[in-house]
Design a protein around this ligand. Structure first.
Ligand code: IVH
Length: 696
């Protein structure tokens, strides 16, 4: 078979699996097998770059950020939709429709209302050619590059799709899982959290850098088109969109008359919490396209559709107290603790109040009855206080005059709603910065979690993370809960961290606005701490991803005398500042398991569980002790226990060590061709040589 045909075959195969996964919801192969197909294609395309086309599944993320968005005028306006919270209004809507059409009963299609942002997708010759946001309904932004990164959006339609230019309408959304992951990352980096998945989806699609969008795990659902394309009903159109390869959400029901519509809406009021994405209501559409045409539209809304919004999940509870938390960069955040309440499927008892302006604006007082809502039904949020329920015993929440952790001075900068502790030695700050320094994405020091850091800071062994490298075994043994073995492990973990690659150190320093991705770019560009610390603001900003704000905080970090002191300690201890052989740089190992969560169970053939965990981490995956819905794979050996049962119950994929090796064997091969020193590996089950190769 010619190379071209072979490439074509793999592309078709991948498209078929995308279709099975995203449209039919019936995957036929495991993620591993899918990843392998992608790699096979990527390898071939790397060898024959002239055969790369825009539609190939490997070309979702284009290289560079764009300068701005082009405007797109919509061929058919993207209208908005009338909405209501009441069934009475739905009955009025139905009456208007029946009167206009002069019929007794209307056939409706009822769908979920996706809580994201509307988009128009154009396909020509079955290829995805352009995508735009709704904008003001007449003109939107061209976000083609960002849309291409969404895995559920087909870059090429199936063979039964028309060849002419077609325009599909749909919604880009952020699944709850992606939303939680991104907010956790943002919390760790002390960036503002997204209030709900809709804002997160909008923020992620309207960024100038497609690489950012690609990491956000967005999804898309198609729910209509700019024309009827010859179909008689909306339901028929949806069926065809699906067969063309477009993702259409499956809960769609044809209802005869408004009574059926209302009972279907009722069904979803609770059921929606089990969906993997947010929905804030249902959309009711007249099924027949000719009836839709008769009904027409107002300037804003079509008269053939209405959305029924679910009642917001709220609860009233009592605010017991407000705690002030000091973050790694010194920000002081007020956090409300209230009597626990059940909301949208979980029990909540605390919520951030964000900042002091927000408290003042909402006039929230300690002891108040407050209304709590789950914003986007994920993050608890204090909506308001009920001043009519006050007894007079409530206390006004005052801004702390001193840092709650160290009694040091606090500052509020001009135009900022945040209070900041200015004391670099503040124990809260010190503890958080050391925990960050040691964390998995930074220096990855095993055995140094928050509890140990608390203990070491409180007993004055650590004033900053530089002190870690000067801890002495004998002195540590004198502390509570510090047995010989744990001290040895801790010191070993610290010692090992000295040879971490530069980007990890840059991330570990805890520079404001500098997260893992920025640290990687900077380390790659400058190569050593010395060069990084001497870089000018202009030089820093020349690095892609780095804007003036990031450059400024990076630049000033190296000009702060207390940071200079800490860096000196790290240098003296022999921490890799980039000028040593970065033999352990993971960037050498393809981060193929990035974001994948593993749980190990049973005894694995020829390899210990800690060693297997290490390999998974090298590939960018993570390992945890217990199986949950968030687990991607359970790696099972012999004599598995309850973890495998739990995995089965939760539908988590269970794989054997051999299956894991099949995947890693490919990686090893690629890696080995790069190495001058060849290590012998006889067959795919030899875990030890694989481990040696990967570990060093
Ligand atoms: S149909 C003319 N169907 O809701 C309206 N819209 O509030 C045609 N939306 O801008 C839209 N899910 O972004 C339709 N199943 C669904 C929808 C949906 C969410 C959004 C859409 C629209 C907004 C109006």
């Amino acid at each position: 078979m010619s190379i071209e045909k072979e490439i074509q075959r793999i592309r078709e195969e991948i498209r078929k699996h995308d279709y099975n996964y995203y449209v039919k919801n019936q995957p036929e192969i495991s993620d591993f097998e899918y990843d392998r197909l992608m790699r096979e294609l990527r390898d071939l395309e790397n060898k024959f770059p002239e055969l790369i086309t825009p539609e190939t599944p490997t070309q979702r993320v284009s290289g560079e950020p764009v300068d701005g968005f082009e405007s797109v005028e919509h061929s058919v306006p993207m209208l908005s939709m009338d909405n209501t919270y009441s069934f009475d209004d739905l009955q009025d809507f139905d009456k208007r429709v029946r009167d206009t059409l002069d019929i007794l009963q209307v056939e409706y299609v009822v769908e979920l209302k996706f809580d994201g942002l509307a988009i128009a997708l154009q396909y020509e010759n079955k290829n995805f050619v352009r995508g735009a946001t709704r904008g003001n309904g007449t003109t939107g932004d061209d976000v083609t590059h960002n849309l291409r990164t969404i895995n559920s959006l087909p870059l090429k339609l199936n063979s039964d799709a028309p060849d002419e230019l077609i325009e599909i309408r749909g919604e880009v959304y952020m699944p709850k899982k992606s939303f939680e992951r991104i907010n956790t990352e943002r919390e760790e980096n002390e960036e503002n959290l997204f209030a709900n998945p809709r804002n997160a989806a909008a923020g992620s699609l309207k960024t100038l850098d497609p690489r950012v969008t690609a990491k956000r795990g967005l999804g898309v659902f198609c729910y209509g088109a700019a024309s009827d394309y010859g179909f008689k009903t909306h339901a028929e159109l949806l069926e065809n969109l699906k067969s063309w390869g477009l993702p259409v959400s499956s809960p769609v029901k044809i209802c005869n008359g408004i009574e059926e519509v209302m009972s279907y809406c009722n069904e979803w009021i609770d059921k929606r919490h089990n969906l993997p994405f947010e929905t804030d209501g249902m959309v009711i559409k007249v099924n027949s396209f000719s009836e839709q045409k008769t009904l027409g539209a107002t300037a804003k809304y079509p008269r053939w559709a209405i959305s029924y919004k679910f009642p917001a999940e709220q609860a009233v509870t009592k605010l017991e107290n407000v705690e002030f938390q000091v973050g790694r960069t010194g920000h002081i955040t007020p956090v409300a603790h209230f009597q626990s309440v059940h909301l949208a499927g979980t029990t909540v008892s605390r919520a951030t109040l964000h900042n002091f302006d927000e408290i003042a604006r909402k006039d929230i007082r300690e002891g108040d009855y407050i209304v709590v809502e789950k914003a986007g039904e994920v993050i608890p949020y204090v909506v308001k206080s009920l001043s009519e329920k006050r007894t007079g015993d409530e206390k006004i929440i005052k801004e702390p005059e001193k840092c709650p952790a160290c009694d040091g001075p606090v500052n509020r900068y001009k135009d900022s709603a945040f209070l900041v502790c200015e004391n670099q030695g503040c124990p809260a700050l010190v503890k958080k910065s050391i925990v960050h320094f040691a964390s998995r994405n930074a220096m990855d020091i095993e055995g140094l979690g928050p509890a140990t850091v608390d203990q070491l800071v409180e007993s004055e062994f650590l004033k900053d993370y530089g002190d870690l490298y000067f801890l002495e075994k004998n002195r540590l043994l004198g502390l509570d809960r510090m047995a010989e073995k744990s001290v040895e492990n801790l010191l070993l973990g610290i010692e090992k961290s000295k040879s971490q690659p530069l980007f990890r150190l840059v991330n570990a320093l805890g520079i404001r606005n500098v997260g893992e991705a920025t640290a990687r770019s900077l380390a790659k560009e400058f190569g050593t701490i010395e060069k990084l610390s001497n870089a000018t603001l202009e030089e820093l900003q020349e690095v892609s991803d780095i804007g003036p704000e990031v450059a400024e905080s990076f630049f000033s970090f190296f000009r702060n005398p207390s940071n200079e002191k800490v860096l000196h300690k790290l240098d003296e201890a022999g921490v890799n500042f980039g000028d040593k052989d970065a033999a352990t740089d993971e960037s050498e190992v393809p981060q193929l398991l990035a974001g994948k969560k593993f749980v190990l169970t049973g005894s694995l053939p020829g390899i210990s569980r800690p060693d297997a965990s290490e390999i998974i981490r090298k590939f960018g995956g993570s390992v945890s002790g217990s199986v949950s819905k968030k687990t991607d794979y359970v790696l099972a050996g012999e004599e598995v226990g309850s973890k495998a049962d739990k995995a089965e119950q939760l539908g988590v994929e269970i794989i054997s060590w051999e299956e894991f090796l099949e995947l890693t064997a490919d990686i090893e091969r690629t890696k080995r061709t790069k190495q001058t020193k060849q290590t012998k590996r006889t067959d795919g089950t030899d875990g030890d040589s694989l481990r040696q190769d990967l570990l060093f």
